[in-house]
Write a protein that binds this ligand. Structure first.
Ligand SMILES: [Fe+2]
Ligand SMILES: [Fe+2]
Length: 317
């Protein structure tokens, strides 16, 4: 369109004309689009909604050593799979895990950096509202009803001491019971409780997997001990056990994988990133452990062109 000034006069509608405009009959059959095409469009917009919301959530990731939302999503889905839940439920849990803390976006640092028990009355009240805020946001989108409900319940505890509704036992959806365990684990092991933040590209923490395993060993076993001491009280017994199996295997696998530096231009699908990579404004691009795909490689190469990620990345092979 170049530099020419646009002439909007032709878009102006005379008020008297409005009544005469014929919008035509509303065709509920899709006006040419088949039901399959419509379903495909809906599925596409569903995925786009998830991607946009996940990008929003990842702005709070600077408070963790590794991506909180992706960890909870991935491990919660694995637990659901181990518990033989059906595919649709597993997918819902995966999405709910990714978006479970959506309601925290915009919380001030003080709420994010302290333990809930250290917050003053006003901040604690705000903190306990995040499951409901998340659910309320998701209610605006079609297809997110059950996911919203799982998110609403992710801080409930089986003996009823959770929040916001003090639900007990079977009143808590299995997806929410799973996310509660994975969430508590990641909070215990990977949450940063100081002013230090990873935004600004300062975050290379672990140069090797051994260093990573070493530095998280105590927190890992303390948190696991905590989860086991509270199973049947705060957390679902079967969920805690399935999650423990998954994490044991996971740490064994991390132990045998080797970390390499790889030029951004030489990334290949199938390589796993050895750390989280963020833009300078704190947006998560890829998470530690995430397996590279054509899409993520293209994205990371584009960010590299704008100096948003290092030219050589740590990957596991
Ligand atoms: Fe939460
Ligand atoms: Fe969380």
């Amino acid at each position: 369109m170049g530099e020419e000034e646009m002439d909007f006069s032709e878009f102006q509608i005379d008020e008297n004309e409005i009544e005469t405009i014929d919008f035509g009959p509303i065709d509920l059959e899709g006006g040419g689009a088949t039901m399959e095409e419509l379903a495909e469009k809906l599925a596409e917009s569903f995925l786009q909604t998830i991607q946009v919301l996940a990008a929003v959530v990842s702005l709070s990731e600077k408070y963790y050593e590794t991506s909180h939302s992706r960890f909870v999503s991935e491990k919660a889905a694995l637990v659901a799979e181990n518990l033989n839940m059906d595919e649709e439920d597993i997918l819902e849990i995966k999405i709910a895990g990714l978006l479970h803390d959506l309601g925290k976006v915009g919380f001030k640092d003080i709420i994010m950096l302290k333990y809930p028990s250290e917050l003053n009355h006003v901040d604690y009240k705000l903190y306990t509202q995040h499951p409901e805020i998340g659910m309320q946001i998701l209610r605006k989108y079609t297809g997110f009803e059950r996911i919203g409900e799982i998110i609403y319940q992710h801080h409930e505890k089986i003996n009823g001491v959770g929040f916001p509704r003090n639900l007990k036992g079977n009143a808590i959806l299995p997806g929410a019971a799973i996310i509660a365990v994975v969430d508590a684990f990641h909070e215990g092991v990977y949450r940063l409780r100081t002013e230090r933040s990873k935004a600004g590209g300062t975050g290379v923490k672990y140069y090797s997997n051994t260093a990573f395993l070493e530095s998280t060993k105590d927190k890992f076993s303390n948190t696991m001990t905590y989860l086991h001491s509270k199973k049947g009280i705060l957390f679902d017994i079967k969920v805690v056990e399935a999650f423990t199996d998954i994490m044991d295997i996971d740490r064994e696998e991390i132990g045998v994988q080797k970390v390499h530096r790889c030029d951004v231009s030489k990334l290949e699908p199938g390589m796993a990133f050895a750390r989280d990579y963020y833009t300078s404004y704190g947006l998560l691009i890829v998470a530690r452990g995430e397996v590279a795909t054509d899409d993520s490689i293209r994205a990371i190469q584009r960010f590299a062109e704008y100096d948003q990620v290092p030219e050589r990345l740590l990957v596991m092979m």
